[in-house]
Design a protein around this ligand. Structure first.
Ligand code: 5GP
Ligand code: MN
Length: 315
């Protein structure tokens, strides 16, 4: 499956690994798993990743990340979980510094880039793909790699609850458990722990919730001054959308938040009847049928109206 990519890795010494901006559990898990695997092959590896939620700080290897690359030339870039070249957490200049590029992704709508591409939206996560890639590389799995990949699969499948959880996903996961994935710790840190400030953000987002189309659409907006006053950084202000979607009768949930750079980030979740990736794409973003997002180009009231109308047309 990855023959050509494996050849590229074999020929390379200096490699950097990266994923999409605003990295989530899958981006972080798949990237650092590949990082450890390449190190085991004796490669010189750098991980380029912007800062992310501190909830992921317990993961092995993450302290090794760098904000930008140092070398002028790299033999290879391995890009994970990033459907689009422009979503990568590296600049165009940094991208150009790689001799070859391998793209591994699982998004339905992807704009392929690089010299080798493996894009499969039947896979739950980039971490599930990274598992197959690392296996083909012939690297022996260890507890660190297993914990990282497990984290990516668990977070992208909503703890094995979403429809992207296939029997293959579960077989891969079973193997990761055999390789020593720290499942209890990952669940405790990521599913069973919430900061008080985030609980307060949840209260705000519920307070601000608006209901449209007989309860089929739930929308909330929390502005940046509010988020800032709670002491929450951009990367920790996510995760409110699922709560709204869990309300009975909801088809689509929307959470808009203000960011420190003045932009408005839209996060959407669907119960499955509305393909919200189409809506997100129409506003310049992307994602999956049930989880998608974009950066709002209009000011909040106009942007909200356009979005609610677009969702209404798809109900
Ligand atoms: P979240 O709501 O968790 O921020 O994003 C859900 C999914 O939507 C992500 O996994 C990602 O695929 C997609 N997504 C969110 N924001 C953007 C965006 O600005 N551009 C693109 N292309 N995809 C996005
Ligand atoms: Mn992913």
């Amino acid at each position: 499956m990855f023959n050509e990519a494996i050849e590229m890795v074999k020929k390379s010494n200096l490699i950097y690994v990266s994923a999409h901006i605003n990295p989530d559990g899958d981006a972080i898990g798949s990237t650092f798993a590949v990082y450890f695997a390449l190190k085991k092959l004796g490669k010189d590896v750098h991980v380029v990743m912007p800062s992310y939620s501190e909830v992921f700080e317990f993961l092995p290897g993450v302290e090794d990340r760098v904000d930008g690359i140092k070398e002028d030339k790299y033999d290879l870039l391995i890009a994970l979980d990033s459907s689009d070249h422009s979503r990568l957490a590296i600049s165009d200049d940094e991208y150009e510094r790689a001799e070859k590029v391998i793209m591994l992704d699982h998004h339905q709508i992807a704009r392929p880039y690089g010299d080798f591409r493996y894009i499969n939206d039947n896979k739950s996560s980039a971490s599930e793909i990274a598992y197959l890639f690392i296996k083909e590389l012939g690297v022996e799995f260890d507890s660190n790699i297993a914990t990282l990949l497990y984290t990516g699969i668990m977070t992208d499948t909503g703890s094995f609850n979403y429809s992207n959880t296939s029997s293959d996903t579960l077989r891969v996961t079973a193997e990761l458990v055999d390789y020593g994935a720290k499942t209890v710790e990952v669940c405790k840190k990521l599913n069973d722990t919430i900061k008080e400030s985030k609980l307060k953000l949840l209260a705000k987002s519920i307070d601000n919730m608006e209901v449209f189309y007989d309860g089929k659409v739930r929308y909330t907006y929390v502005d940046y001054p509010t988020i800032n006053s709670l002491g929450i950084h951009d990367e920790d202000a996510e995760g409110m959308t699922n709560y709204l979607r869990s309300v009975e009768g909801t088809e689509v949930a929307v959470y808009v938040r203000g960011k420190s750079d003045g932009s408005l980030k839209v996060s959407m979740r669907s119960n499955g009847n509305v393909d919200i990736s189409k809506i997100a794409i129409s506003f310049g973003g992307g994602g999956h049928p049930r989880a998608a997002g974009y950066t709002m180009q209009d000011e909040i009231e106009v942007g909200k109206e356009k979005l609610i109308k677009a969702i209404g047309e798809m109900l």
